[in-house]
Design a protein around this ligand. Structure first.
Ligand SMILES: [Zn+2]
Length: 69
């Protein structure tokens, strides 16, 4: 788990930490937007990843549906 700088107090904080242990600044929600399931439409790479996953799921469902016929 890499160390990042707290945006509030500028101390080293684990990027896996939910909040800065020094000042309580939320870390995971402010740095890693969307990893918890929330989609940020302003993040094109993350959004593209979600679209690719959906396409793969649809392809698998279609493949299974065809296999059953
Ligand atoms: Zn801090």
């Amino acid at each position: 788990m890499p160390l990042i700088k707290c945006p509030a107090c500028n101390k080293d904080v684990s990027s896996e930490a939910p909040a800065c242990p020094s000042c309580g600044q939320p870390i995971k929600s402010s740095i890693e937007k969307g990893t918890g399931g929330a989609i940020n439409p302003r993040d094109p790479i993350h959004f593209l990843g979600i679209v690719v996953v959906i396409i793969i799921i649809v392809a698998v469902v279609v493949y299974i549906a065809n296999a059953l016929n």
